[in-house]
Design a protein around this ligand. Sequence first.
Ligand SMILES: Cc1ncc(COP(=O)(O)O)c(C=O)c1O
Length: 375
Amino acid sequence: MSIQFIDLQAQRRRLGEPLNRAIAEAVEGGQWILGPQVTELEKRLAEFAGVKHCVTCANGTDALLIVLRAWNVGPGDAVFVPAFTFAASAEVVALAGATPVFVDVLEDTFNMDPASLEAAIAMVKREGKLMPRVVMPVDLFGQTADYRELEPIVAREKLLMLCDAAQGFGGLLDGRRSGGIGDAAGTSFFPAKPLGCYGDGGASFTNDDGLNDLLRSIRMHGQGADKYENVRIGTNSRLDTIQAAILIEKLKIFPEEIEMREAVARRYNEAFAKSNSIRVPRVIDGAQSTWAQYTIQVPERDKLQADLKAKGVPTAIYYTIPLSAQKAYAHYPSAPVPVSTALGKTVISLPMHPYLDEATQDKIIAAVLESVGGA
Ligand SMILES: Cc1ncc(COP(=O)(O)O)c(C=O)c1O
């Protein structure tokens, strides 16, 4: 059996017949878009995240974009986004017509650097061309950003905080769940995410009743009292009932899967402590990661990737080029991002999923240690 980077079929086997039945019921039920399973899922997700409202939509990108649109974030507005993240985090800002302003990250957690955020806000104020409006921390690789540090800055500057929980949903910080933090949050149910469906899907979260109403309207073409009253320009972004049925089943085992991911990460950390060449990811005190990725830093990253490939161990590099240096985003303002730039040369993500057995993990560990030295 070849080693999988993420083994979704192992989870599929575990979910078995109850999942098949849930899908069949969604099909037989005939309400294929925003059916009763969608309402049920939104209730369960809101409870899980510890937040008042969950509004599902077509994907994680829309989950963020719809919030920005509901807040009327647009031309002339600055939204502070980490440079070390997936493109969608900045893309939604540009799609809303606003300006992403890039912020550096911390080299041990990969998450937004509060000092760099302060510098970026000061830069925007000094230049006086844009209005600071929103901070968008990303809960990268499964770990919440350091909200203890970020929230006071957001409050002091009277900004809004939209958390990109696409990778971190379900992670914890001081008992608060990623998804339930911020003025609003957005997550993705892309299949490879820790909580993924069998296609595209996403959800926004908020405690704000007014925002909840706006999100529901915008995802349905800006509907008013009913479908054929249009009170604003919206979009078509809804979750399929089949996907909701799948997510209801997956959510039941999600807390246990987070623990299983944690066990895998702990074994990696312990094994790699033997090598001076490997820097393991740091989880801040009081946080629990969902380990969407297990990402180490090594000086000879490309060699390690080639050595692992030769031994049948799949890896991935997130992210080689900071967004502030990407062709599509290089013209936007940015704080200096030396950490994001350096990480692009040293990071490598190893196979990580709840069903990674110890024997397979030992093979991966041995191959890594053999390549970098320290076996
Ligand atoms: C950090 C981050 N933000 C946003 C998204 C967008 O989610 P989706 O692919 O569901 O649109 C992703 C998904 O890959 C992501 O990793």
